[in-house]
Write a protein that binds this ligand. Structure first.
Ligand code: IFM
Length: 473
């Protein structure tokens, strides 16, 4: 990321004062009890592009991911079929309901609803989600729909995508269509999924669509997503007064690499925190950007924007997988670069630190620094070790991972956090963006040649948990 020396220093100072860049994991008290409240939401999360397939069906327009080069996907695959959920959604609904889950988080593909990103609405696309919502409700499963999980209509990217202010108005129009056409039954809406990931991987590192490596656009992409979110919330509320609205962020504790450069690394980690976490949390909850991010958005910030972004929300979705590690590097363009987790820590398939304490720390931060909003854990989970072969059906590692992260959730609740649900990522092994199909996060495996779904050990375990609300030891 390109953060100027001044921005980094300013941001780092402020964030260090706020205690955002801790060197290591904080102590997490073990939960006193293992019973979750009876109204707790238990569900799974998916996204349109990773699961639906049927990219050319029924008038869907192309998205930025449709044209992302296959040679930048680790296994050279694409999502043409994915889980074929566009056609097999009834099977997925049955898996969810049969497991005793009471909620399902999926995303709506903007290019199915408004294929050109603006203008004409595609009735067939609306019908697909209408049928899905009906199928969920018929089985007593509450739908939670995300409006944007990275599949931007290609037509909008050709006009600048999130670098362009115009996209914010187009997003609000799309939100209005969703409210008017689906809001009679769809009552729970998540506005954005992980805007930080879409910003950095899609526009700075180029490893995700739209594949840009343009750090100069960082501020515009951050600010326009925040603004789009604010305008969409206003549009939804104007269209219907009975919606429960939230947004989902990929929050990570930002930790410095230790060692001799430790002080500089702390400044780097604090600056990173302001861009990754603060640039999305602060405008929403406080109506301002933190130091490092403020400098980046200045050129696109207009009068009234911060008020438009600071909308009351009904819940904050927290996606958590791992903490980030950062170090100072005077030769890196931004002076910041990713660092590996400390030696001897437990790692996941992405070589990230498996650290339930990081989730506890994140939840405590949201509680203590952002007014203790209602929180839903909208994603958490882990991948099998990367492999082009079949999934591991006896996935005890996944059960252990989820159990430990739910202990962190419960412990945070006992500390006063207002947490109402947990959505596991994900239901069926799906298309994991640049990793293709070699990464598998599902409770259910899929035979890719037939589409046949086979539950893993974790599916039965999660089902018992969803039914009882009690976390085993
Ligand atoms: O698959 C992704 C999802 O699309 C966004 N959150 C993280 C998941 C696992 O990497």
């Amino acid at each position: 990321m390109s953060i100027t020396r001044r921005e980094l220093a300013l941001g780092a100072g402020a964030a260090a004062l706020a205690g955002c860049a801790q060197e290591g994991a904080m102590e997490m008290p073990a939960p006193r009890e293992r019973q979750f409240p009876s109204d707790f939401l238990w569900g799974v999360a998916t996204s349109s592009f990773q699961t639906e397939g049927a990219l050319d069906a029924d008038g869907r327009g192309p998205s930025i991911w449709d044209v992302f080069p296959r040679d930048r996907i680790h296994d050279g695959s694409d999502a043409t079929t994915a889980n074929d959920s566009y056609r097999r959604y009834a099977e997925d609904v049955a898996l969810i309901a049969d497991a005793g889950m009471n909620a399902y988080r999926f995303s709506i593909a903007w290019p199915r609803i408004v294929p050109s990103g603006s203008g004409a609405v595609n009735d067939a696309g609306v019908d697909y989600y209408s049928h899905l919502i009906d199928a969920l409700l018929a089985r007593g499963v509450t739908p939670y729909a995300t409006l944007f999980h990275w599949d931007l209509p290609l037509a909008l990217q050709e006009r600048g995508g999130w670098t362009s202010r115009d996209t914010t108005a187009r997003f609000a129009e799309y939100a209005d269509v969703v409210a008017r056409r689906l809001g009679d039954r769809l009552k729970h809406i998540v506005i954005l999924n992980e805007a930080a990931v879409h910003t950095v991987l899609g526009h700075v590192l180029g490893t995700h669509a739209p594949g840009l490596q343009d750090a100069d656009q960082l501020g515009a992409v951050i600010h326009h997503q925040n603004l789009a979110q604010g305008l969409a919330i206003q549009a939804l509320r104007a269209a219907r007064s009975d919606l429960t609205i939230g947004t989902t962020m990929a929050l990570m504790p930002s930790r410095p690499e230790g060692g001799v450069m430790s002080w500089l690394n702390q400044q780097a980690a604090a600056g990173f925190d302001e861009v990754w976490n603060g640039a999305f949390l602060d405008p929403l909850f406080r109506g301002s950007y933190p130091g490092a991010a403020q400098g980046m958005v200045e050129s696109v910030l207009q009068e009234g924007d911060l008020a438009a972004i600071r909308q009351p929300i009904d819940f904050l979705g927290v996606n958590y997988y791992a903490p980030s590690y950062t170090r100072f590097n005077p030769t890196a363009p931004s002076f910041i670069e990713p660092a590996p987790p400390p030696r001897d820590t437990e790692r996941d398939a992405f070589d990230r630190h498996v650290d339930p304490g990081g989730l506890h720390e994140t939840l405590a931060r949201v509680r203590d620094q952002y007014g203790n909003p209602r929180v839903l854990i909208t994603e958490n989970g882990c991948s099998d070790p990367f492999s082009d072969g079949p999934a591991e059906l006896d996935d005890q590692f996944r059960i252990d991972y989820v159990r430990r992260h739910l202990e962190a959730v419960k412990s945070a609740m006992e500390g006063g956090s207002n947490i109402g649900g947990y959505f596991h990522w994900t239901l069926v092994d799906n298309w994991e963006w640049a990793e293709g199909y070699r990464s598998k996060f599902g409770l259910v495996a899929q035979d890719r040649s037939t589409g046949v779904r086979t539950p893993k050990a974790s599916y039965a375990w999660f089902s018992a948990l969803a039914r009882s609300g009690t976390l085993d030891q």
